[in-house]
Design a protein around this ligand. Structure first.
Ligand SMILES: Cc1ncc(COP(=O)(O)O)c(C=O)c1O
Length: 437
């Protein structure tokens, strides 16, 4: 686009055309094009994108191999309602996914988004177990459709005026070590969660009525909360004891974000059902509910379906994404750069008391902002100031946390050490300013 004024006016108009429900302090950047780790704006600015389109462009924006694969597929066939027609990209993607998924997960239902992947997981869990109960976790985010919103508790405003929700859903506290009322060691946080699960079983629902636990291995919208290392293993144990299914929502933390292909591998736990989406196809809409053949085969014909799920271009893009991840050593880079960034954030935390905690896994990193000198009082104002000032200095990061008190960084996994250092330098400058306010 050459006429920037026209583009900028269009952006203003869009504000009046789109549902206000979408708005949440977003910068609404007028992007002309995007490449790798950068966004190029209509006003000439170049922005280092540490949001990756909310965890989607893990191998960078517009990777040429993904573009080429999708283009080629588009020319051959644009749409396939899977079942009526089938296509090669779908078959190839299934095989490529089986190669990288936790072992034994080898059957797929493809949809178009994270919420659909979660819907599929919940529906399948109920269907195959013929049990009604789903236990999810406080502070979790699983999407905006009714089933997914019913298991979402990160912010009460996401639930406001939508009751009644899907019934049969129960909540336990997530082991949020930094804010656990029972003690701030990983052991105490784990004990706190297990205590509440036991209470649920005693007072509200017997284990034999529970179809599944649904959990984010690292809470995303909740504030990039890394649970104690044994949390998922403890859940796995309860599940095995009572015939309950373990659903991991890896919509945000999957596909390399935590340093392994899936967080299930990072934590050494095998889920019964996995929900994935976001970065699976580098920006083309695709999501999947994944399970073992044994389990998914019990989901009988006609009990769930889709028109667009597994569309040809998304599958071709997904396949190319996996090839890039393997051949360009993306996981190793994620671990290295993530470590570099985390160490930088921890150093900043020591220097600026406005940061309560610096945390994360792989390239899923955050700082939690507090009121200095308080007892960890959440500081959403400081988080917002930090985000705005970072943007003024060419770095795009994103908000998270129940109170909006967390600044999260979601760099592409192909990020370079120079870009990490650039981001840390911006942050250092910004935090000095925010701390003075
Ligand atoms: C963990 C998790 N699950 C589900 C979703 C919903 O995904 P989508 O917005 O593609 O429906 C998200 C989106 O942020 C997410 O982070």
């Amino acid at each position: 686009m050459t006429d920037n004024t026209e583009f900028l006016n269009m952006m203003k108009e869009i504000h009046d055309l789109l549902a206000p429900s979408l708005a949440e302090d977003w910068p609404e950047l007028p992007v002309e094009r995007a490449q790798g780790a950068y966004l190029y704006l209509a006003d000439g600015r170049r922005i280092l994108d540490f949001t990756s389109g909310i965890g989607v462009t893990n191998i960078g924006h517009n990777h040429p191999r993904v573009m080429e694969a999708a283009r080629k597929q588009m020319e051959a066939m644009l749409h396939s309602a899977v079942g009526i027609t089938i296509h090669q990209s779908l078959l190839e993607l299934c095989h490529a996914l089986i190669d990288v998924l936790p072992s034994g997960l080898d059957m797929f239902f493809f949809g178009n988004s994270g919420a659909e992947a979660v819907e599929g997981a919940i529906k399948m869990a109920r269907y195959v177990t013929q049990r009604p109960g789903i236990i999810a976790f406080e502070g979790g985010f699983h999407g905006r459709t009714y089933g997914a919103a019913s298991v979402t508790t990160v912010k009460a405003k996401y639930r406001d005026h939508y009751e009644p929700f899907v019934p049969g859903i129960y909540f336990a506290p997530y082991p949020y070590t930094y804010r656990c009322p029972f003690g701030t060691s990983p052991e105490a946080a784990l004990e706190w969660t297990m205590y509440h699960i036991e209470k649920l079983f005693q007072h509200q629902i017997l284990p034999h009525n529970v179809a599944a636990f649904l959990v984010e291995p690292v809470q995303g919208e909740g504030g990039y909360i890394v649970p104690p290392p044994d949390f998922l293993k403890a859940l796995r144990q309860i599940c095995d004891q009572h015939g309950i299914l373990l659903i991991l929502d890896e919509v945000q933390c999957g596909f390399g974000r935590t340093g392994q292909m899936f967080a299930a591998q990072t934590f050494g736990v095998k889920p019964d059902i996995l929900a994935v989406a976001k970065s699976i196809a580098s920006g083309f809409p695709l999501g999947a509910t994944v399970a073992s053949r044994d389990l998914m085969s019990q989901w009988k014909a006609g009990s769930h379906g889709t028109t667009f799920g597994g569309n040809p271009m998304s599958c071709a893009a997904g396949l190319a994404t996996l090839q890039v991840m393997r051949e360009e050593n993306v996981l190793e880079n994620c671990r290295q750069q993530g470590q570099r960034f985390l160490e930088g954030l921890q150093a900043l935390q020591k220097k600026y008391s406005i940061i309560g905690e610096a945390r994360g896994l792989g390239c899923m990193l955050a700082i939690e902002m507090i009121v200095p000198g308080s007892d960890k009082q959440p500081n959403p104002q400081a988080a917002m100031q930090t985000l705005n000032l970072c943007l003024d200095n060419g770095l795009l990061a994103y908000m998270a946390g129940t109170y909006g008190q967390v600044v999260r960084f979601i760099p592409p996994l192909i990020v370079s050490s120079t870009q990490i250092d650039e981001a840390l330098a911006v942050l250092e400058k910004v935090l000095a300013q925010v701390s003075r306010r």
